[in-house]
Write a protein that binds this ligand. Structure first.
Ligand code: DGL
Length: 275
């Protein structure tokens, strides 16, 4: 039998902290290792091959650190790497009880039922939108739902540099939202399909008004993970439950700690790692 291990939560950088926070709120008893590949972020505009290579490296690293389950909090990794990791890289693994999950499936299982008009707007990075993953997955769970997508390549750099509150930042954000809404007047639900976007959810809500429901993924992913662990008792049995959280980054730890305060409600102390 495997040693008990933590849940790994991976993101290209800081944004996954918004997902981790919701997971820890819902499942505080487990141990977690958060890994941000800040040195190589952003992933949003990278090719399938590169996102797969970087994500697999991170997954293997977390596995070597003892994780029994890794959640790819990053939408770009979930869109461009998860399927290959699950269907090819892990298929012949000598460790069949190790698992990797993403954020797209839990989101698409949930979001269809939130739209009265059966029309959902999805905002994400260039990579997530180009992959078509949300459209493909939503079609499975909610075939009557129309998906209108729009890529917002400027949002991650704007949020990370804290420029989303400047006049030009606000204008860029508003323009993207207007472009999405111009594609269909039926959109009544918008999914923020990127780890960083929950940080500006109030700004998005202000722009779209009360008639449109703006949804962030953290609570959905946390709820679905809870459900997954209840259904998959083999997984629950191999997870350690000490309530600890370790933070790792591939960039400078002090820089990570400072930037993380934008995403988390409490201070953290990360360590720098190399693959
Ligand atoms: N974490 C990425 C995502 O959710 C956003 C940042 C990046 O482009 O690396 O898609």
């Amino acid at each position: 039998m495997n040693k008990l291990g933590p849940i790994g939560v991976f993101d290209s950088g800081y944004g996954g902290l918004t997902v981790l926070q919701e997971i820890v709120k819902a499942l505080p008893e487990y141990d977690y290792i958060y890994l941000g590949d800040n040195a190589r972020a952003p992933y949003g505009n990278r090719s399938f091959e590169v996102v797969h290579e970087f994500t697999l490296e991170a997954v293997n690293y977390l596995k070597d650190r003892g994780c029994r389950l890794v959640v790819l909090a990053c939408n770009t990794s979930s869109a461009k790497a998860l399927r290959t990791i699950q269907q090819i890289d892990l298929k012949h693994s000598e460790d069949p009880s190790f698992r990797v999950l993403g954020v797209i499936r839990p989101s698409t299982e949930t979001i269809g039922s939130l739209s009265k008009n059966n029309c959902i707007g999805v905002l994400g990075t260039e990579g997530t939108i180009q992959s078509g993953s949300y459209r493909i997955e939503l079609e499975k769970f909610s075939p009557h739902t129309k998906v209108i997508q729009h890529a917002c390549p400027m949002w991650v750099p704007l949020i990370e540099s804290n420029q989303h509150q400047t006049d030009i930042g606000k204008k860029l954000i508003e323009n993207d939202i207007r472009e999405l809404l111009a594609m269909s007047p039926a959109i009544d639900t918008i999914l923020l399909a990127c780890t960083h976007y929950p940080l500006i959810i109030n700004d998005v809500k202000k722009i779209v008004g009360e008639k449109i429901n703006v949804v962030s993924q953290g609570p959905i992913v946390a709820h679905k993970l809870h459900d997954y662990l209840r259904r998959n008792t083999f997984m629950d049995a191999q997870l350690s439950k000490g309530g600890n959280c370790t933070f790792l980054t591939t960039e400078n730890a002090a820089v990570f700690n400072t930037a993380a305060t934008q995403f988390l409600e409490h201070p953290i102390s990360a360590s720098q790692i190399r693959f």
